[in-house]
Design a binder for this molecule. Structure first.
Ligand SMILES: Nc1ncnc2c1ncn2[C@@H]1O[C@H](COP(=O)(O)OP(=O)(O)OP(=O)(O)O)[C@@H](O)[C@H]1O
Length: 577
């Protein structure tokens, strides 16, 4: 084995400690170190107890019985009183470190660019936050300790063996090195398998989320390929688990073989030396106990080394997220010369998701304070993209967006988003109560203000009829409410936010007549006094807008009021007709 290999291996294992803060690292190593030394002393003490007892059997010297008793009492004190306190110390550092990692991932995901989030399956993110963090937790809580314990114990045993008989000790040392080399060789192969296994686990989580998300469609259409894909991944994962088990088995078998051959050698040589009066029987017995323990330590070390591969693979996947580029604090230019009387203005904006396909070309539009601007156009014409740009999810490639008269770069993304309330087409509710969901619009709002917002959104009446009123749990994504009720809660949330600009992705398209009636009333309430950009999917809802922008293939083809556009007899008139 190359030295560079060993060193990089140790470095890699050490690099997992980067997630732990320095104060916790100190407590962690102190706790682990003291617990490992205690357990080593405890285990080694048994060989001394055996030595004393065998020597007593030979010499009938009763002081040896007392000696064995004192050693045993001391060992039990170490193991049962001192060890648990230090074990608690290092386990506590582990739990806080895992909490830190989960929080870092949570905030990192909040700050990731929209592009990354749109291209990454949420199942994969979920798998990284759960499976990979769990793999890391196992390393901190058990694997490192087990490794340290086996190392400290092996060193302790070998020192004890050297004190008892140096020739024997040399043989044991050679065994240790052979077994270590075998373990590291297998660990490398197992690492690749664990990496593939975690990747598969991520994909299986993706497929499972798709399956649960679309369960009604799966039932309705008997969609077999969904299950077939999941099964295929499951089978691949099983094959990898089989290969891992095979490698682990081989590693254990080789280590068993090496260790037991050594053990037999020690017994044979020990017996011969004893026969020639060169060593006492007590020392041979102590040696045998130490050798058995050493064998066990070496095999445990091999096993935990393999398990650590799972964490290394998981840590790599966690690091990939942590290294991902974040949204900048500001996007756009800080140009003091660019001013506008409009509340929102798009000035010659160009944008593409991929460099080869322009989604918005030379787009210019103004929305004056308090006005309602409707945007209409065929599917794929770029309406939702416009919203994403206004919310700062993507930077424009060319041109400028101005907000409250100033260019985008004057504001941080947080400030931009603070000025806008957005009601998407499919209202999203978080698991929790209705009150929680409305209050997300303004976390400082009192219960009274939440009720007022619900009243203005025409939601209070149906909420009062629910058994637990505002404390009703909405279920996953609001599953226990109807589409119209979800919309009105989302509107109440937007009312509570009280932002000057309102973005509406027309919400009424999927609702029945009665729900539409109430949602429309709620929207009218929400729009009162606010500058509104309304993405309209049905032309009947835009007639009253102050201006209508008609889009086609990323460009504006017509702009005007409903009457103007009808009179012009162009694209809008054709769509309307
Ligand atoms: N995240 C994305 N990555 C790449 N291309 C995208 C992305 N989102 C949208 N597009 C493409 O950009 C174009 C405009 O899409 P956009 O969603 O803005 O249209 P839209 O007018 O809102 O359509 P609809 O009315 O159907 O919602 C489409 O060609 C679409 O395929």
């Amino acid at each position: 084995m190359k030295t560079g290999g060993w060193i990089s291996y140790v470095k890699e294992l050490g690099s997992l400690m980067r997630y732990m803060n320095p104060r916790r690292k100190k407590q962690y190593f102190l706790g682990m170190g003291v617990a490992a030394v205690n357990q080593t002393l405890f285990l080694i003490s048994f060989s001394l107890v055996v030595q004393s007892l065998v020597n007593y059997a030979e010499s009938r010297d009763t002081s040896l019985i007392y000696q064995a008793f004192y050693i045993l009492a001391g060992a039990l004190l170490l193991e049962n009183i001192i060890s648990p306190a230090f074990t608690y110390l290092y386990q506590r550092s582990v739990e806080y470190t895992i909490l830190d990692i989960r929080e870092r991932l949570y905030y990192k995901i909040c700050r990731l660019r929209a592009k990354y989030l749109e291209q990454t399956h949420h199942g994969d993110l979920l798998s990284r936050v759960n499976n990979d963090v769990n793999a890391l937790e196992l390393t901190y809580s058990s694997i490192y300790f087990m490794m340290l314990l086996q190392i400290v114990f092996s060193i302790g045993s070998i020192v004890a063996m050297f004190i008892l008989h140096w020739q024997f000790a040399a043989v044991s040392l050679a065994t240790l090195l052979i077994s270590l080399a075998v373990s590291i060789r297998f660990a490398r192969q197992i690492r690749v398998l664990y990496g593939n296994s975690l990747q598969l686990l991520g994909k299986m989580t993706e497929k499972f989320m798709d399956f649960i998300g679309g369960i009604q469609l799966v039932k309705l259409f008997h969609i077999r390929p969904i299950y077939a894909q999941y099964r295929s991944l499951n089978e691949q994962a099983t094959r990898i688990a089989e290969q891992t088990a095979h490698k682990n088995g081989m590693q254990t078998a080789i280590n068993h073989f090496v260790s037991y051959v050594t053990f037999c050698g020690i017994i044979v040589i020990g017996s011969l030396l004893y026969a020639y009066g060169l060593i006492g029987m007590g020392s041979v017995a102590a040696f045998a106990v130490l050798q058995i323990n050493l064998t066990h330590a070496i095999m445990t070390f091999g096993t935990v080394l393999s398990l650590a591969q799972n964490s290394l693979a998981g840590a790599q996947r966690i690091q990939e997220i942590l290294n991902e580029e974040e949204e900048p604090v500001r996007i756009g230019t800080w140009d003091s010369k660019q001013v506008s009387e409009a509340m929102v203005e798009f000035r010659n904006v160009e944008f593409s998701y991929q460099s080869d396909k322009k989604v918005l070309c030379e787009l210019s539009m103004k929305v004056l304070p308090g006005q309602v601007a409707a945007i209409v156009g065929a599917s794929g014409s770029g309406k939702s993209t416009l919203i994403k740009l206004l919310l700062g999810f993507y930077p424009v490639d060319r041109g400028e967006i101005l907000l409250q008269g100033k260019s985008f770069g004057h504001y941080t993304l947080e400030e931009i988003r603070g000025q806008i309330a957005y009601v998407p087409q499919d209202a999203f509710l978080f698991s929790g109560t209705i009150e929680d969901n409305i209050r997300y619009g303004n976390p400082e709002a009192s219960a009274e203000e939440v009720r007022e917002a619900a009243g203005a959104a025409y939601a209070d009446a149906f909420i009062q009829e629910l058994p637990e009123k505002y404390q009703t749990q909405v279920g996953e994504r609001g599953a226990s409410l109807s589409g119209g009720q979800r919309q009105r809660i989302a509107i109440a949330r937007a009312i509570l936010k009280n932002a000057p600009i309102l973005l509406l992705d027309e919400a009424t398209s999927a609702l029945d007549n009665e729900s539409e009636y109430w949602v429309q009333k709620a929207l009218n309430e929400l729009m009162r006094g606010r500058t509104t950009i309304l993405i309209a999917h049905r032309l009947s809802t835009v007639e009253k807008a102050d201006s209508i922008t008609v889009m086609s293939q990323g460009s504006i083809v017509e702009q005007g009021t409903h009457q103007d556009l009808l009179a012009r007899g162009g694209y809008y008139a054709q769509l309307y007709g």
